[in-house]
Design a protein around this ligand. Structure first.
Ligand code: ARG
Length: 471
């Protein structure tokens, strides 16, 4: 058997990998996204090797120069990674050897592909998750601006999808800004925990060579090295957290999408989407379909599945590196890409979305939506709320029997229901009552103004401190 096997690990083998194994074994198509992160990790590693005397300065300079060239060629599309070399790490080593000869093989001093992969993943994780946090922030900003453009628009608020109370359109939409704020903080929290460098853990129990893990961690902008070498190569908890937070984010986007789909239907007619974000039907000339929110709702299913995949991948895995871990990228990247594309298109969609005030106003006329305020009226006059609820409930029943809204009943019916009703009951309007709902977090103009300002300052604070810790 020839010794000219492609793989650096081929020494103890007497047969080459079969074509079937090469194809089945490689993670390259997905791993290519980590190639530049692997270059970054290798840069830090060789600088650390130089600092502890495991590389001469001249050797370091030659390797660093070669790494920069490889990055440049990669970006220009001049490098095609080879599937026979299994992964990005052995491709990178082969490229280095081609540029600087035997010296290229020194980069694997005090390093294994296990910590190398873990490091490239963490570097990519920190970058891509920060981009995701920024994308959430951009979407929140677009939603907030939309809220501020429509401060006075009343609409029904629903429970059980039945008209319940009146609120402001901006108050309804701002709910999502608040939900997204929780998503953003969950990802920030995951980032803070993941901010550790696995580099130097080697295969799993560390190395007897005199490396400096704190130095390589700091070169890569990590807060500190990971605590334990076996854990460093086995741990993918941060991806489980990512998957769960991504699922939560997509659930939120899906709930918004569902409401947009409903509100743009003829049945509600509260919203119109820009034509550039809708599609038509091949047979029904009148159709304008909300494909964007429908797709977001659909993609949330995949992301929920991705979270499950990541958890299942780890649940019975023994410690140390296991090849199963190659599959982490399938679920992780799919979740990341679906979150990013959904946030991007929804940000554009919201900028073209138009509320239709007339239909909202009409919806406020029916469904006895003022009923709770009539009960509150009686409460203000001293009646216990439970009793007020019953009195108004009976008026609702009466109105229903006449197929009328409670607000159109004549005063005689009110007076018969309770002596506490005076003529001024008929001056109570949705607009009036909505403006008065000013307890903290409510929909009233003042409370809503404060909420929108508070949300804006949260976004501004993030913008100002943006990744000040991590370059
Ligand atoms: N493609 C591998 C992965 O994604 C790279 C790490 C390889 N390590 C190893 N010992 N084979 O996990």
């Amino acid at each position: 058997m020839s010794k000219a096997l492609a793989n650096p690990w081929a020494g103890r083998f007497s047969e080459t990998m079969t074509a079937g194994l090469v194809a089945f074994n490689t993670g390259l198509p997905l791993e290519e996204r980590l190639f530049e992160s692997d270059i970054d990790g290798t840069h830090a590693h060789i600088e650390m090797l130089r600092s502890v005397g495991l590389l001469e300065s001249a050797e370091h300079a030659a390797l660093a120069g070669a790494l920069d060239e490889i990055r440049h060629e990669w970006r220009s599309g001049d490098i095609k990674l080879q599937v026979e070399l299994e992964d990005i790490h052995m491709n990178l080593e082969a490229l280095l050897v081609r540029k600087v000869g035997e010296l290229g093989k020194k980069t694997h001093t005090a390093r294994s592909r296990n910590d190398q992969q873990a490091t490239a993943q963490r570097i990519f994780f920190m970058r891509s998750t920060r981009e995701l946090v920024d994308a959430i922030g951009n979407f929140q900003q677009a939603l907030l601006e939309h809220c501020r453009q429509h401060p006075d628009l009343l609409m029904p608020s629903y429970t059980h999808l039945q008209r319940a109370e009146f609120t402001y359109y901006a108050h309804w939409l701002a709910t999502y800004v608040v939900m997204l704020e929780r998503d953003r903080s969950r990802f920030l929290d995951a980032l803070a925990r993941a901010d550790q460098s696995p580099l130097g853990a080697c295969a799993s129990t560390g190395t007897s060579l005199p490396i400096d893990r704190k130095y390589s961690a700091s070169l890569l902008g990590f807060r500190e090295p990971t605590l334990h070498s076996i854990d460093s190569v086995s741990d993918r908890d941060y991806l489980v957290e990512f998957g769960a937070h991504a699922a939560n984010l997509m659930i939120h986007l899906s709930r918004l999408s569902e409401e947009i789909i409903s509100f743009t239907s003829q049945e509600f007619g509260f919203l119109a989407l820009g034509d550039g974000y809708c599609t038509g039907s091949s047979i029904m000339p009148q159709k304008k379909n909300p494909d964007v929110p429908e797709l977001v709702r659909g993609k949330s299913a995949s992301v929920i599945g991705n979270a499950m995949t990541l958890m299942t991948l780890l649940k019975a895995l023994p410690l140390g590196y296991n090849k199963d871990l190659q599959e982490d990228k399938t679920a992780w990247f799919a979740a990341l890409d679906n979150c990013m594309s959904s946030l991007g298109i929804l940000t554009e969609l919201v900028r073209t979305m138009k509320p239709l005030p007339e239909r909202m106003r009409q919806a406020l006329q029916g469904g006895h939506i003022i009923a709770t305020e009539y009960a509150n009226y009686l409460v203000r006059k001293g009646m216990p709320f439970r009793e007020a609820h019953r009195v108004v409930g009976e008026l609702v029943k009466l109105a229903d029997s006449r197929q009328a809204d409670i607000s159109s009943l004549p005063h005689a019916d009110f007076a018969a229901a309770s002596a506490l009703f005076s003529e001024d009951i008929h001056t109570i309007t949705a607009e009036d009552m909505a403006t008065r709902k000013n307890s903290y977090g409510s929909c009233g103009g003042q409370a809503l103004g404060e909420l929108l300002a508070q949300l804006q300052s949260l976004l501004d604070a993030h913008q100002a401190s943006r990744w000040s810790v991590h370059p």
